[in-house]
Design a protein around this ligand. Structure first.
Ligand code: SF4
Length: 350
């Protein structure tokens, strides 16, 4: 298998030089830019990340600004990307870099991986791209390409498979000549997985620089590989969400608990379960010290988190007067200053 992998290096790097996409974080090899983009790319596709990345970099162009920004503003800048703990971890790590590394990003894999939110993949990406350290960065794209090229029958969901592929790539990278560009090699594998060796449906093998080497292609196994065992079904939770609007045209929002899904973010008032009758709705409003003058069902929808799916029913409620339990804000204030998760934005946009 090692010889098989040895063969991919040259055609892969040649293909990358000719086909790599121009991306804002590839303009230079700045470790801060690579770090931010890699964290964003963990959850969102490249095209969408470009927009979020530009917004983030405009306000937080360096480690110092990230370390010092108030958390509420940081979460606002992260809005739309989800997984808000990743934004908090960025800031935690930035503060450590300020304190322990004089504000300069550490330049080895071993140091990078000790920082909050930086796992094996991200540490590998930063160390190889910014500092040319010969260390792999194995994500789903890389696992898929390697599984197909070597026709591996190992389940790519298992951590053990990732470990083995990481070791194989590390050995391969260590053996290369002095002028070997570790970052280009890692990026080339990822790029091939994103553009050519596609996850669902047909990979575009006729355009692939590894076609001659790839065992999955030669044996007609590209549809079967990589092996993935079915994920467990997500838990489902019913919720009733209220878009409460006061006579002044303000909307009620509330800060969520510091624990659990969407911790510390703002939310629209909501309760567990799907409430469908008027009497129960009025009782919930009464508990909040509110009286609805007009209650309108504005539909049902769902939002998928990593481990849970919320099935929601939403009501638009005009209320007589504002209570003290909630924060009442105009739509403009909400857009500008409060991080509202996408799950609730769907209600407002309805
Ligand atoms: Fe993927 Fe096809 Fe290339 Fe093999 S030949 S690596 S299956 S795109």
């Amino acid at each position: 298998m090692e010889e098989k992998l040895e063969e991919i290096v040259e055609p892969l790097l040649e293909w990358y030089q000719e086909n790599k996409r121009i991306l804002p974080w590839r303009e230079n090899k700045n470790p801060y830019c690579i770090w931010i983009s890699e964290i964003m790319l963990q959850q969102t596709r490249i095209e969408a990340v470009k927009r979020y990345y530009a917004r983030f970099m405009k306000e937080l162009p360096n480690i110092q600004s990230l370390a010092n920004i108030p958390e509420e503003r940081l979460l606002k800048l992260w809005e739309g990307l989800g997984y808000y703990n990743r934004a908090r971890n960025l800031q935690k790590a930035a503060k450590i870099i300020e304190q322990n590394y004089k504000g300069e990003m550490p330049n080895t894999y071993a140091e990078l991986i000790t920082l909050a939110g930086i796992g094996e993949y991200t540490a590998g990406a930063i160390a190889s791209i910014a500092y040319n350290e010969r260390i792999p960065a194995v994500d789903g794209n890389v696992l898929r390409v390697i599984s197909r090229v070597t026709a591996s029958d190992k389940d790519v969901i298992l951590p053990e498979t990732k470990k083995v592929v990481t070791e194989q790539l590390k050995t391969l990278m260590t053996k290369q000549e002095d002028n070997f560009q570790a970052g280009d090699f890692n990026e080339a594998l990822m790029e091939l997985g994103e553009l050519i060796c596609l996850p669902n449906g047909e990979p575009i093998c006729q355009e692939c620089p590894l076609q001659r080497i790839c065992i999955a292609y030669q044996k007609g196994l590209t549809q079967e590989l990589p092996i993935r065992v079915k994920k467990l079904k997500r838990k489902e939770e019913d919720r009733t969400v209220f878009l409460l609007v006061s006579q002044e045209g303000k909307i009620a929002i509330k800060k969520r608990n510091e624990k659990g899904v969407l911790s510390g973010m703002y939310e629209l008032p909501n309760s567990k379960g799907k409430v469908k009758n008027l009497k129960e709705l009025e009782e919930i409003l009464k508990k909040w010290n509110l009286k609805g003058t007009n209650i309108e069902n504005i539909g049902e929808y769902q939002h998928i988190f990593t481990h849970i799916t919320w099935k929601m029913i939403a009501y638009n409620v005009a209320v007589e007067k504002e209570n003290e339990e909630f924060t009442w804000v105009t739509k403009k204030q909400l857009e500008k200053a409060y991080a509202l998760p996408t799950a609730f934005k769907k209600v407002i946009l309805k």
